[in-house]
Design a protein around this ligand. Structure first.
Ligand code: SF4
Ligand code: ZN
Length: 312
């Protein structure tokens, strides 16, 4: 039976194969927090005296993110931002987990309920042409509303829980499909598109998904225990599965891939300049079109509601 590499105790619970480390529960939690701290410092994501918004969904990644940032940077002012998407049962469940977590950590929580604010829910998109692309619509809606929430909360930086597995799967997908501009959007730190918007940062970019779950389990963090009924991740899962196969051969594979992509992105940025950004004539957010993707999607539901006299 191996001993914990950090404290020498015999109660090993985790084997970090890519780092050839056996760790006990306490040392694993410390190892995890240290890596988050190092990642923030490596990419200069924020300063210790910043106000940082954290997008929290009720899931393991964002719970691990909020908790580890709180531990790694005790002086940092954190604001948890939660979006209630109005998905039956699931959204209420997620919101209750977020409320418990922020209460434990004594962190301010701001919630945006799309039913109350916009008079619609993600479910309403099932009546539009996006009925088979609910997750894609949901992603567009989330990105836009989190920008708005970051502005309302007056945070300079918005941290999201994208983990190593998410990021490398999306990078591989965009790479193999030649979506160069999208590839450059998956950076660890994204500057604001226009003045007054927040920087977006990914402090978990070097943290594997399974370690986020272990951090929540060993740290006894409240996380959702049911899945979203609309979950449709087939496309990305294909790339995640490919990465798993490679990782069986080399446990360090995802870390290596991430590092190579991080070297590639500046070259791609040079070769494929960003499209010209104007402002959406409806919401005034930066957009490469006259009407942004968010407003186009919202107006589809609003149009349906108007045609059918639906008031929410
Ligand atoms: Fe939205 Fe899809 Fe995630 Fe559900 S699974 S919250 S619909 S992105
Ligand atoms: Zn718009």
């Amino acid at each position: 039976m191996p001993y914990c590499r950090m404290c020498g105790s015999g109660t090993v619970v985790v084997h970090i194969s890519y780092a050839k480390l056996y760790l006990c529960q306490k040392c694993f939690l410390e190892f995890y927090v240290k890596r988050v701290k190092r990642t923030v410092e490596e990419f200069k994501m924020f300063r210790e005296d910043d106000v940082v918004g954290v997008a929290v969904s009720g899931g393991k990644d964002s719970a691990a993110l909020l908790h580890s940032l709180h531990n790694a940077f005790p002086k940092l002012e954190l604001k948890a931002l939660h979006l209630n998407l109005g998905i039956p049962e699931y959204s209420e469940h997620c919101e209750s987990k977020v409320k418990t977590l922020t209460k434990i950590l004594d962190i301010e929580l701001q919630t945006y309920d799309i039913r109350k604010e916009l008079g619609l829910t993600i479910e309403d998109f099932k009546k539009t042409k996006f009925k088979r692309k609910i997750c894609s619509v949901c992603g567009t809606i989330k990105r836009h509303i989190f920008e708005e929430m970051a502005k309302r909360a007056q945070v300079r930086v918005l941290a999201t829980g994208h983990n190593l597995d998410d990021v490398t799967s999306v990078m591989l997908n965009t790479f193999l499909n030649g979506q160069w501009t999208q590839l450059t959007r998956i950076k660890p730190i994204l500057p604001p598109l226009t003045e007054g918007m927040a920087y977006k940062v990914k402090p978990l970019i070097r943290s594997p998904e399974n370690e986020n779950l272990l951090y929540c389990l060993y740290g006894e963090l409240p996380i959702r225990t049911i899945g979203c009924p609309n979950s449709d991740t087939a496309g990305i899962k294909k790339y995640a599965k490919m990465l798993e196969k490679f990782s069986e051969e080399d446990p360090n594979f995802k870390h290596l891939l991430l590092n190579r992509f991080l070297e590639l992105i500046p070259l791609m940025e040079e070769k494929f300049p960003k499209p010209t950004i104007t402002r959406c004539r409806i919401c005034n957010f930066p957009s490469s079109n006259e009407v942004c993707a968010y407003c186009k999607r919202i107006s589809l539901v609003k149009g349906y509601q108007t045609r059918n006299n639906i008031v929410k």
